[in-house]
Design a binder for this molecule. Structure first.
Ligand SMILES: [Zn+2]
Length: 343
């Protein structure tokens, strides 16, 4: 089922960075059977939108950006949803019907994709999407919070729970602490009861991470020495998304039998690591992308128990270029949100 982004929308048109994403008006239609038209209240920016805007994703424009959105059902082609229902959007595209999808492994679907990358996205007034991508908005969340959490919390949740099996009595090191996914990891690790350490190049971000409950915050330069001093043997889990610039230091920060879990490599695609450190110390290197619908539901339950995203800044949809620039210059701590309905 095709995702349709309608009404006013932020459209990636040219691979020239934030300036290549422009506000356009798209025609409105009635939803197809099985689809729901959601009046988007807020959307949010992810690093993925910047990859797209810089032409790094091999996506042919035009493409409406944003994996993250929340809003109110406007019209429904599925009796399970009715106008007025408040929803958040599961940002994974999949077929829902293959062997993997039926086994609950949406991330392994042959048609796996990400909303706003492999289809048009949520930075628009009206989003038509498969009804199976909709979940009830947790009551305690504002619209901005509801649009801020999906991609980063889903990703970080799967990384820390399903993949790294982080336990409450363990210590996790979150590398590059300002990024949306890293801030989500700090919040989730604290929610799970783990001890949290962080690294960042920015003193301001280290301070903000400490305010979120991190026990210690280290400069990114040669951080493994400080981590080992703070922990004795090292940490149980390293939460990675930076890649080549930090991976060797991440490996050096691990305790015997520790796990590195990664969802990205913002500093480049190829990394060098010392193999003996990996095998002599029984380390695990785990990859992860997005998450399953069941993991999204686990995040929703944690939100009901008080887990919250961190919002860096809110921009009106019309100011999407400013919102993208804030993430492009890595000034943000937490999520940059687009307000679609004006509040
Ligand atoms: Zn499938």
């Amino acid at each position: 089922m095709e995702v349709l982004s309608q009404g006013k929308a932020a459209v990636y048109e040219e691979p020239i960075g934030p300036a290549g994403v422009r506000i356009r008006e798209r025609p409105r239609t009635e939803p197809q059977p099985g689809a729901v038209a959601v009046a988007i209240r807020a959307a949010s920016i992810n690093h993925l939108d910047l990859w797209l805007a810089h032409g790094a994703q091999r996506v042919t424009p035009p493409r409406v950006i944003a994996a993250d959105g929340a809003g109110v059902v406007h019209a429904s082609g599925d009796p399970a949803w009715k106008p007025g229902d408040e929803v958040v959007i599961f940002p994974v595209l999949c077929c829902w019907e293959c062997e993997w999808c039926r086994a609950g492994e949406n991330v392994r679907c042959p048609r796996f994709g990400i909303l706003g990358e492999h289809s048009d996205g949520a930075a628009c007034e009206l989003l038509h999407i498969d009804s199976r991508n909709l979940f009830r908005k947790p009551k305690g969340l504002s619209w901005h919070e509801a649009a801020a959490f999906p991609l980063t919390f889903l990703t970080a949740w799967r990384m820390l729970t399903t993949r790294a099996q982080l336990r409450a009595d363990e210590t996790v090191l979150v590398v590059g602490a300002g990024a949306g996914v890293a801030v989500a990891a700090i919040r989730i690790a604290k929610h799970l009861g783990a001890r949290v350490l962080v690294t960042s190049r920015s003193e301001a971000k280290r301070k903000l991470a400490l305010e979120l409950g991190a026990e210690a915050a280290f400069d990114s330069n040669g951080f493994s020495k400080a981590v080992r001093e703070a922990t004795g043997d090292g940490v149980d889990v390293v939460f990675e998304h930076v890649g080549p610039a930090t991976l060797e230091e991440s490996l050096r920060s691990l305790a015997m039998g520790g796990r590195i879990v990664t969802c990205g490599s913002t500093s480049g695609v190829k990394a060098e690591i010392s193999m003996p450190r990996l095998f002599f110390r029984h380390a695990s290197l785990l990859g992860s992308t997005m998450g399953n619908a069941s993991e999204f539901e686990a995040v929703l339950r944690a939100l009901d128990q008080g887990l919250r995203p961190v919002i860096d800044n809110i921009f009106a949809l019309d100011r999407v270029q400013d919102a993208l620039t804030r993430v492009d210059t890595t000034e943000q701590f937490g999520k940059v949100v687009l307000s679609v309905d004006g509040d």
